[in-house]
Ligand binder design. Structure first.
Ligand SMILES: Nc1ncnc2c1ncn2[C@@H]1O[C@H](COP(=O)(O)OP(=O)(O)O)[C@@H](O)[C@H]1O
Ligand SMILES: O=c1ccn([C@@H]2O[C@H](COP(=O)(O)O)[C@@H](O)[C@H]2O)c(=O)[nH]1
Length: 290
């Protein structure tokens, strides 16, 4: 395991740094559905939370607490939940830092019916190998954007998004049609154009049509599988051995050597930040046979 992905060693067990994936996109583009599909394909859903290798965190858990005046506005659909100022950037950053350190974290869930954080129903995020962080503005804040190892943007056209948001907000978020449409035209649509859409350029992978795009989802799932396999030592990380016949005696690595020399060449290592780059054999990897 390379040092870059290992945090510390406790009782002989290495604490591994999770692979952090940001999932951005407009409202109702299918961010949560894409994350659920990824988790399902990786066999992570019918499993105890403490055992999961892949977890999803929603940016909604980082909405700021509203003052009484803001709450009153929110109930009339007059508060802008789509502006970057609606989020607690610092808390989001500190929480992701803790997650990257392999710590267990507790975050509130979000209650859309009351427009508030729900501390009664906290979510425990257990240490995992892969963490998906999804939300409309996860790529907006540079400090947070820089934490991601991979960035996905779910790109669904605005008509489809509105057509999905209306029934969802009425059925699941306790809104009426007028409030949904007023909020959409006043805040959601302009904020998408000003703050969310421009962050598409930061994405490594753009997923047109969201969860319907099974090809894109399968590719992402395969990438995560490769990462998990490599991390658990089941991937193609075994060394390649090359035998060299040093006859006559040859100067090598500052020493005179002769006979059969075994050279260990570390195999292609598909860890994040190292993708596609074969490791270079080091002087230490030149070992004499016993
Ligand atoms: N591919 C799809 N086809 C049909 N409905 C979808 C699709 N993707 C998402 N939805 C529905 O659209 C709504 C918004 O999807 P969701 O994944 O919650 O979006 P987001 O997390 O981006 O807000 C939900 O009611 C969801 O069930
Ligand atoms: O109290 C709230 C908080 C947020 N919203 C809206 O939610 C979306 C973001 O959630 P998605 O699941 O990505 O759609 C955002 O557009 C806010 O307008 C809300 O209506 N009320």
């Amino acid at each position: 395991m390379d040092a870059e992905n290992t945090l510390s060693v406790t009782n002989g067990d290495a604490v591994k740094k999770p692979f952090l994936i940001g999932v951005a996109g407009g409202t109702a583009s299918g961010k949560s559905t894409v994350c659920k599909k990824i988790m399902k394909e990786l066999g992570q859903t019918d499993m105890d939370h403490t055992q999961r290798q892949v977890v999803t965190i929603s940016q909604d858990s980082f909405y700021r607490e509203l003052t009484a005046t803001e709450k009153a506005k929110a109930f009339q659909g007059l508060y802008n939940f789509d502006h970057p100022d609606a989020f607690d950037e610092q808390l989001m950053y500190e929480t992701l830092q803790a997650v990257l350190k392999g710590n267990k974290v507790e975050i509130p869930s979000y209650d859309y019916r009351t427009n508030s954080l729900d501390y009664e129903n906290k979510l425990t995020i257990y240490p995992a190998d892969v963490v998906l962080f999804e939300g409309i503005l996860v790529f907006y804040f540079p400090k947070i954007r820089d934490l991601f190892h991979m960035k996905l943007f779910v790109d669904t056209d605005s008509d489809t998004r509105l057509a999905r948001r209306v029934p969802r907000d009425i059925n699941e978020r306790g809104r009426d049609l007028d409030a949904v449409l007023t909020q959409y035209m006043t805040f959601v649509k302009p904020a998408f154009e000003e703050f969310c859409s421009p962050t598409k350029k930061f994405a490594d992978v753009i997923i047109p049509r969201g969860a319907d795009n099974t090809v894109a989802i399968d590719l992402i799932v395969q990438h995560i599988r490769d990462f998990l396999n490599n991390r658990s030592g089941h991937g193609s990380t075994s060394n390649i051995q090359v035998f060299m016949n040093l006859e006559p005696e040859t100067q090598l690595g500052g020493k005179r050597r002769r006979g059969i020399l075994r050279v260990n060449i570390p195999a292609l290592n598909i860890q994040p930040n190292n993708a596609g780059k074969p490791n270079t054999p080091t002087r230490e990897s030149l070992t004499r046979p016993h």
